[in-house]
Design a protein around this ligand. Structure first.
Ligand code: ZN
Length: 416
């Protein structure tokens, strides 16, 4: 791959140029010039920023957008989504994810953590778009512990298979939730996490009902229950965490696990609460932000998610100083979780970044972080670069029209 030279960008307040080589930022400076053979982007004073990292989604669910909205969570899953998903083919998942990659790039996301069926296809669509993905093959056994050995073996094979897809793909273990996966399977998958050093990505404490059910069934709160199975560690990602109690937050901080908050989906499904963010911060819990699937959100726009996260947390705390703009951006860029880690724009870091067009109206003036969070100008995202490759330029994503047509047709078949 030829080196990439980005000329004349605004980094913080300074005009610099940036040279990327072998997927890494090789040089940042005011007086750099391109070498022969460099691919050159004349950025013309655009703003360079780290990209967003969407830490919890089911991206192929673009196929089920605006399908069964305004229903309670379980009714929506049982009556609408699960019957439609039963008809899914691997190709459907590919195209659903392909459309999602277009949406994500256009709203500034270059890496996403995904849980779905046929996740080989999720990973393939991400690779084809030049994006990074942490792809998890969903595991559900409907509490039938006899299925545990087979499911653990399948997850192990999935790790092997996706491990060969190259540097953009991180394969994950992905049990759906503590109410859809038996204790035996969870224990087996936790062992697999330890053995294979693989990410363990699960939904946890999304609804109060889930907590009650867990207490009745196991005598433990959800995080305590997971810990008793060996499933809480630095490679564990817990999506939602709306109903985590104080002692659970302490335990999660101690284990170094990451909690991913999904404020849009939580409010849309009216789960009745929000991640206890101030308490989680106080205890030093690693945190990240995600959109959840485009069926429950119903988009993949991390600028919008960041704004809504900030508003919800301020509102809940009755304190506008909670979740200040700079912190919210750090969260949305993965910089508040040791596991996710962000990609700052500095020499030696991965060459993953965005170029933002300052001619977009919301970008005209004011504190930069506040503009980006509260103005939420995802339209300003002009260019996306991943591992030194330009994956979007001028908001044009290759293959976008085809992905849109495929999803339109496939969605009709799946939801009729
Ligand atoms: Zn989810």
């Amino acid at each position: 791959m030829e080196p990439l030279f980005v000329a004349d960008v605004l980094l913080d307040e300074e005009r610099v140029s940036i040279r990327c080589e072998d997927g890494v930022i090789a040089a940042v400076g005011a007086d750099l010039s391109p070498s022969d053979g460099d691919q050159v982007i004349e950025a013309d004073g655009m703003l360079i920023t780290p990209p967003m990292v969407n830490c919890h989604t089911h991206s192929a669910m673009t196929l089920f957008r605006a399908y069964g909205d305004d229903l309670p969570l379980m009714q929506w899953l049982e009556e609408m989504i699960w019957p439609a998903e039963a008809k899914l083919t691997a190709e459907d998942v590919y195209w659903g994810t392909k459309l999602a990659t277009v949406e994500m790039l256009r709203s500034g996301t270059t890496k996403f953590y995904d849980i779905y069926w046929n996740s080989d296809q999720v990973a393939q669509a991400a690779v084809d778009a030049g994006m990074r993905v942490a792809a998890g093959q969903a595991v559900i056994d409907q509490m039938d512990s006899a299925k545990a050995p087979e499911l653990v073996a399948e997850s192990s094979e999935f790790l092997d298979r996706l491990g060969e897809m190259g540097p953009l793909v991180t394969p994950c273990i992905a049990p759906h939730a503590i109410y859809t996966v038996s204790e035996e399977s969870l224990r087996g998958l936790a062992e697999l996490m330890q053995e294979r050093d693989a990410i363990f990505n699960i939904h946890l404490s999304e609804t109060e009902h889930e907590v009650q059910q867990c207490l009745e069934r196991t005598g433990k709160r959800p995080a305590d229950y997971l810990d008793s199975l060996g499933a809480l560690g630095p490679l564990s990602i817990l999506a939602h965490g709306v109903w985590l109690g104080e002692s659970e937050l302490e335990l999660i901080a101690d284990r170094g696990s990451t909690v991913v908050t999904n404020p849009c989906a939580n409010m849309k499904l009216a789960v009745g609460g929000a991640l206890p963010y101030p308490a989680a911060l106080e205890r030093g819990v690693d945190l990240a932000l995600g959109t959840d699937g485009p069926s429950s959100n119903s988009n993949l726009n991390m600028f919008e998610e960041a704004k809504i996260f900030a508003l919800l947390q301020k509102h809940q705390a009755v304190d506008p100083s909670v979740a200040p703009a700079g912190e919210v951006l750090a969260l949305a860029r993965g910089e508040r979780s040791k596991l996710v880690a962000g990609t700052p724009i500095a020499e030696g870091e991965a060459a993953d970044f965005l170029l933002l067009d300052l001619r977009v109206p919301e970008m005209a003036a004011g504190d930069l972080d506040a503009r980006l969070v509260y103005g939420a100008p995802s339209e300003a995202v002009d260019t996306a670069v991943v591992a030194g490759s330009v994956v979007m330029r001028g908001r044009e994503v290759p293959g976008a029209d085809e992905a849109l047509a495929e999803v339109r047709e496939r969605s009709q078949r799946l939801t009729s």
